[in-house]
Each structure stands twice: as C-alpha cells, then as structure tokens.
Design a protein around this ligand. Sequence first.
Ligand code: ARG
Length: 399
Amino acid sequence: MSQRVVLAYSGGLDTSVAIGWIAQETGKEVVAVAVDVGQGGEDLDVIRQRALECGAVEAYVADARDEFADEYCLPALRTDALYMGIYPLVSALSRPVIVKHLVAAARLHGADTVAHGCTGKGNDQVRFEVGIGALAPDLTCIAPVRDYAMTRDKAIEFAERENLPIDVNKKSPYSIDQNVWGRAVETGFLEDIWNGPIEDVYSYTQNPADPKPADEVVITFEQGVPVALDGKPVTMLEAIEALNVRAGAHGVGRIDMVEDRLVGIKSREVYEAPGAMALIAAHSELVNVTVERDMARFAGSVRQRWAELVYDGLWFSPLKRALDGYIDDLNAPVSGEIRLVLQGGRAVVSGRRSAESLYDFHLATYDTGDTFDQSLAKGFIDLWGLPSKLAAKRDQRNG
Ligand code: ARG
C-alpha cells in the first residue's frame, strides 16, 4: 500500500480541491474524513460521495455528535468556560474531537500525514497540529491553503479544470464554522469593526427585538451535568439541541466581539450560541448556590486559564488535564434545578432549588426566624480590620 494522507474534509471548495492538490504535491493517496459535530447543513452522505468524486480513495463520515457533546461541550459547561469572559469556545472545542478521529483514521488506513483546510492566519491550524502532535507525534501535518499557497482563485481554477462536482459560485460572503455548541461567523463586511451585523448573519437565533411571550425552562443538573429539561430526561446532546431551539427563538447567545487570536492578530467575530449560553447561565448560578465560597472564588481563575488553554490549542495538555481535576471537585455538589426565563436576547435565572444548597434561609433572613448571631459580627470586624488599622496608625505617625 502506498503511503496515504488523511484529510479533514468539510465538503466545501477548499477541501474538495485539496484532495487532488495533495495527491499531486505528495504523490500519495488521500483519505477524506468528515466529522459530524452537529454542524447541520448538507447531508453527510452527499459530502462523502463528493469526496470520492473528487478523487479520494476512501471517504467516510464519523458521527461524533454525542462524543462531542459529552466529552467536549460538557467539560466546557462544567467549567463555565468563556474565552475573554465572552466566547464559549465553539470552534476551539470541536478541533480536538476532529483531531481524535483524524488520528484514528490515519492509523486505520496506514497514513503518515494528516491534512486540514486552515489558512496560516488563524487559531484552528494550531489546534489541529498541536492536537495531532499530542496524540500522534509521528504523524506529519500539511495545510494546502497555507503550505502550497492554494488561494481561492487557484482553487476555483483547479476545480474547473478538473471538472470537480462543486458549485464554485456557491460562495458565502462570510467564513462560517458551526457545530452543536454554536456558530462562528467572520470576514466580509464584518471586517470593518464599525459595521453592525445584519440579521442575515444569524442562523441559530432569531431577532431578540421581535416581541414574543417569554419562555420558561427548568434545567436539572447532577454534579454539573444537565440531566433533564422541564423534568424530562435528556442527554447532553439533547439538552444543547433543545435549548438551541428554545433560547435561539428569543435571540439568546448572540455575541459580537473583537478577540485576541493566538497568532497575535485581533479579529472580529460574530457568534451565536443560544444553548451554550443558556446552559452556562444556569450552571454558573447553581455553582453560586452550592459551592463553598473559596472553592467558588478560585474557580474564576481556573475558568479563565482553562478557556485560554483550550482556545490556544492545548486541549491535550498536562495543565488542562490538571485543571479538569479541580473542575470535577467543583462540580461534586452542583446538583439541583435552575429556572430560566428566555426573552429579549437574555437567559435570566429566576429560581434555584437544590438539596446541596448552602443558602440558609434562617441565616439570610431579616425577618423573624433569624438564627444569625449579629453580636459576633463586631469582634469579627475588629480582628478582620486589625492589619489595616495597624498600618494606618503607622502611616499617621510618619505623617
Ligand atoms: N475565532 C474563533 C476561534 O478561533 C472561530 C474561528 C472559526 N472560523 C470561522 N470561519 N469563523 O475559535
């Protein structure tokens, strides 16, 4: 068997042309792999067939929807991970699961090389190649767009010359990446960061300004895992899908931001992640109710670092793994129910209920039934403020 290249295949122009282009450049056979992470859109059997018609020796589709939800989206939810405090890591989370399937395919088909369709300017090239290096350090990575200067014009020329079964005019004005956790849209008129996104940009969410009666949903968590919606048991995948529809109908989870890419560029991205943002709103509030104060405060730094590592392509890294251990401990008591109101672009918590709750009505109340001994507060304040009092006295003495 001649050496082979496994290509991460999307069915679009770039990766379709890449099949023949890689074969030409390397003299190797190309195996196309499409990974279903809930991106929807075109039927994946059609995509598979297209890969074969474009010259792939083998093509297959891996259904990774549940795996992606359970092993990638769920850890992000249990961390309440938001890059720069805003972005729920939509694309960043899907790369490691795609990498796993590419490596498995490379082993199965005796490939020594893995190829992807990324440019040389983004984060995703880093995520693919660092991920592959971490799982299979013996494999070589290539990126035709970046390494063989496969520009869009040249790709169209190639497709027409080789008579490839792709509609070269079907070009979206945006660059879009989507999966069940959300959708990322960039380029086109959005590159002028003063331009506001038009409704056309969105597909997972409806206009939050449309007047609509509010929706109310109760999410049940067990140790940080969403297990039921309105009392009906759900898998993680079902929870995200259902909330994408319900929160999406109210325009929840639209994000417009300028973000710091790993390669040093600031870029403008528009995201929509209705299910993810509704779940994070609910989960983070249940953390507030059930997690001891210092554990909860420290989670803030863990959350930020975790998001940076995942954004920066270090999913399979020792620090990320270690932080996952903290997140497991954090979520041990995170069981109970959160009620969310979905309306006008927001998912707002309106109720919490948990057997693990640390909220004690009798300590918190200002009404009768108060068990908090207020006389203890005075001594506590004297000692708590002692260091600053001593320092202030010294400063006074020194003028
Ligand atoms: N900037 C985001 C990230 O690095 C999304 C990139 C996805 N690509 C796209 N074509 N919008 O995670």
